[in-house]
Design a binder for this molecule. Structure first.
Ligand code: DAK
Length: 260
């Protein structure tokens, strides 16, 4: 499928999803959110794809936030619909049955920072800048930022980011745990592809259930989360990949996982 504001490139088991509005620093309007949702939903059910990398077009921005001009046209109820739309798309990405790596190649502000936080793993280029500048506009974060930021960094740091609208460079983001790695700009996509390739070589069901255990476990108390983990662990014993992985180890060969 071809979209107006989204590009999808596939290579082996990987898909690279590019938000493609570089003139507006890849800002998100309803149309772009809808296309992102469609692209992710398609990739989720494409059996050939095991890992998704999400990035922004150009070398200046991942996503500079919600489209401010578009937001200007919204009345309060439309703003509510827009916020709900963004929250739903971001939750779909967070709960996608495949890992999503955010390759943050520049500004990740407002909704852009929130989008990166909805991904499983964040890798930043050296020129990346993070922040929640909504309060500059008399708004507050509306795409889940108050919650995801608080879970990723500590609540005091999250509040400072949300209250001050300060921008954090890639090294600062690394220090506070907002990103996993910082790499030179020209190496960002390669670095992410290599990581994606390592993940794609693992048992897809095991990776999927690991993601589920982490995400759902965060909403449970520890004892329930352990029981949930044990249930998902047991589920891996129903898969052919589990038999293949163990047999390959015992026979000192590489496993060939099929995703079932
Ligand atoms: N929206 C629309 N256009 C944007 C944009 C954005 N977020 N960010 C940049 N652009 C556009 C600029 O207007 C400019 O367009 P032209 O003037 O060329 O037509 C072009 O991109 C290049 O930007 P600049 O010329 O400004 O480039 P600079 O290098 O000088 O500055 C910058 C880069 C990223 C520092 C600056 O553009 C900037 O401050 N941009 C705004 C960043 C921002 O405030 N982002 C947060 C947006 S608010 C909610 C739902 C959702 C949200 C909130 C509430 N509910 C309903 C409750 C989410 C809110 C947000 O994300």
């Amino acid at each position: 499928m071809v979209w107006k504001n989204i590009l999808v490139e596939t290579e082996d088991n990987l898909a690279l999803v590019i938000i493609n509005r570089p003139k507006l620093l890849n800002a998100l309007d309803t149309e772009t959110l809808g296309e992102l949702d469609e692209a992710m939903t398609e990739l989720a059910v494409n059996p050939a794809i095991r890992v998704i990398i999400l990035t922004g077009a150009g070398d200046k921005a991942f996503v500079a936030g919600a489209d401010i001009k578009f937001m200007q046209s919204l009345d309060p109820l439309q703003a509510r619909d827009f916020a709900r739309h963004g929250q739903q798309v971001f939750s779909r990405i967070e709960n996608l049955p495949k890992p999503v790596i955010a390759a943050v190649n520049g500004f990740a502000l407002g909704g852009g920072c929130e989008l990166a936080m909805a991904c499983d793993i964040r890798v930043a280029s050296e020129n990346a800048k993070f922040g929640q500048p909504e309060v500059n506009l008399g708004l507050m974060a509306g795409f889940g930022g108050t919650q995801r930021l608080t879970r990723l960094v500590n609540p005091g740091i999250a509040k400072e980011i949300l209250f001050t609208a300060d921008q954090y460079d890639a090294q600062a983001a690394l220090r506070i745990g907002l990103v996993n790695h910082v790499v030179p700009s020209g190496e960002l996509i390669d670095f992410c592809k290599k990581m994606a390739g390592r993940i794609a070589a693992k048992g897809p069901v095991a990776v999927r259930l690991s993601k589920e255990a982490v995400n759902e476990g965060l909403e449970m108390d520890m004892e329930k989360a352990f029981i949930h983990e044990a249930d998902l662990f047991a589920l891996t014993f129903t898969t052919a990949d589990h038999a293949e992985g163990i047999e390959a180890f015992l026979n000192k060969r590489k496993p060939a996982f099929k995703g079932n």
